[in-house]
Design a protein around this ligand. Structure first.
Ligand SMILES: [Zn+2]
Length: 359
C-alpha cells in the first residue's frame, strides 16, 4: 500500500541520516549521501562537517550520485570505494550512465556483453559481484537519480520522467514513491529562493507573458488568455517571491515583442535563465543555432547533439521548452516537413515560420 511504502521510506531516510550523523563506517558499503547546496557526495563516514538535514539526498552508490550531477568528495573519495576495480565492469557502468544522462534507451545486457567480450551470463555474474545489484537494478537506480536531479532543477514531473529515458510516465509512476521516497510532487522546487517579475503584453500573435528572474528571462509564453498564462506561471514558480516589474524589464519586453513580430530582424541579446536537465539544455542550445527561416527534424536535431537514437527524447525536450521563440523550438518539424505540435498553438508555429520565411 502507498502508505506503507511512504513510511518505510521515511524510516529508511531516518536510519541513513542517523548513520551519517554517527559517521558509521559500516554504512559506507550501503549508500552515499549527497549535499544539494555544495553539489558534493560523500561516504557516510566522511570526516567533513555534517550538512543540514534538509539538503541531503541518499543514493545507492557513487555512480548514481554522479548521474544526478554530484561530484566526488576530495576527503573521503567515495568514488574509489565503489567503482569496481574490474575495467570491463566499470566500462559497463559508464555506458549505462551515459545512456541515462542522454535520455537514451540503455543498452541491453546482451549488447553490453558483446562490447566487453563476455558471455551475457558471465557479465551478469561479474556485474552482480562487483556492483552488488543486477544490471537492471543498477539502470533503474540511475534513472531514478536522474528524475530526482531534474525535479531538483525545477522540471515538471512529466519532463523529468522523459528526461530520464522512460518511455511512458506510467512506468515511472508505478514505482515513483518507492524510488523517490516521497510523492514526486513534493520533490519539485517551484522557484524556491527565486525572485520573479512578470508582465502580460499584447502582440500580433496574441497574449504574451514574459517573466524574469534575477538571472534573466525565465519564461516566455503565448496564448489567448493572459489570465491562463499567469496561472501557469504561478503554478510553476509557486515558491518564488514575486516583485513589481521594473523599468528596465519593460524595455526587455519590447525587445521580445519585436523579436516575435519580426523574427530574425535583429539579433537579440537578452540574458536568459534557462532551467533544465543537462540533456534538455543541450537540445535547447542546439535550437538556438538554427537560423530563422530554417527548419530541422527531430531526428536531425538528435544527430546534431550526438544522440542519434534519442529522437523521442529530443522531441520531449523541445516540448518542455518554456522560452517561446527565444529558444526557437518552432523551427523543429516532422521528418516529412509537416508541422508537429506546439506548446503555444500550432497556428502560432505556422505564423512564426511564415514570417521567418518571408524575410
Ligand atoms: Zn566526504
Amino acid at each position: 500500500m502507498t502508505h506503507t511504502t511512504a513510511s518505510d521510506h521515511t524510516e529508511q531516510f531516518e536510519a541513513r541520516w542517523r548513520q551519517v550523523l554517527e559517521r558509521d563506517k559500516r554504512a559506507d558499503h550501503e549508500f552515499v549521501f549527497a549535499v544539494r547546496t555544495t553539489g558534493i557526495y560523500c561516504r557516510p563516514s566522511c570526516p567533513a562537517r555534517r550538512p543540514k538535514r534538509e539538503n541531503v539526498a541518499f543514493y545507492t552508490d557513487a555512480l548514481a550520485a554522479e548521474a544526478a550531477g554530484f561530484r566526488t568528495c576530495k576527503r573521503c573519495l567515495p568514488r574509489q570505494a565503489i567503482t569496481p576495480g574490474d575495467q570491463a565492469i566499470a566500462g559497463v557502468c559508464r555506458a549505462l550512465q551515459q545512456a541515462v544522462i542522454s535520455a537514451e534507451r540503455p543498452p541491453t545486457a546482451e549488447q553490453l556483453a558483446v562490447v566487453v567480450k563476455l558471455s551475457a551470463s558471465r557479465l551478469h555474474t561479474l556485474f552482480k559481484a562487483a556492483v552488488g545489484m543486477t544490471i537492471n537494478q543498477y539502470t533503474q537506480a540511475l534513472r531514478s537519480a536522474q528524475v530526482r536531479a531534474a525535479l531538483d532543477k525545477g522540471a515538471s514531473i512529466t519532463d523529468a520522467i522523459f528526461a530520464a529515458g522512460y518511455s511512458s510516465t506510467g512506468h515511472f509512476y508505478r514505482r515513483a514513491e518507492r524510488e523517490l521516497g516521497m510523492p514526486a510532487r513534493r520533490y519539485q522546487n517551484k522557484g524556491q529562493a527565486m525572485t520573479i517579475e512578470y508582465t502580460i503584453a499584447t502582440c500580433e500573435l496574441g497574449q504574451l507573458l514574459v517573466a524574469r528572474s534575477e538571472r534573466g528571462i525565465c519564461a516566455i509564453a503565448l496564448g489567448d488568455s493572459g489570465d491562463e498564462l499567469i496561472a501557469d506561471l504561478l503554478e510553476r514558480f509557486s515558491n518564488a517571491q514575486k516583485i513589481m516589474p521594473s523599468d528596465d524589464f519593460a524595455e526587455q519586453i519590447q525587445q521580445v515583442i519585436s523579436h516575435i513580430e519580426q523574427p530574425g530582424a535583429a539579433s537579440l541579446n537578452l540574458p536568459l535563465d534557462i532551467r533544465g536537465t543537462a540533456f534538455q539544455r543541450r537540445v535547447w542550445q542546439a535550437l538556438q543555432n538554427i537560423k530563422p527561416g530554417q527548419t530541422i527534424s527531430y531526428r536531425e536535431l538528435a544527430e546534431q547533439i550526438g544522440a542519434p537514437t534519442a529522437a523521442r527524447a529530443v522531441a520531449n525536450a523541445c516540448g518542455a521548452n518554456t522560452l517561446a521563440v527565444l529558444v526557437p523550438c518552432h523551427r523543429v518539424v516532422r521528418g516529412d516537413g509537416s508541422l508537429s505540435g506546439y506548446r503555444w498553438g500550432v497556428e502560432r508555429k505556422r505564423e512564426l515560420l511564415k514570417r521567418e520565411k518571408m524575410k
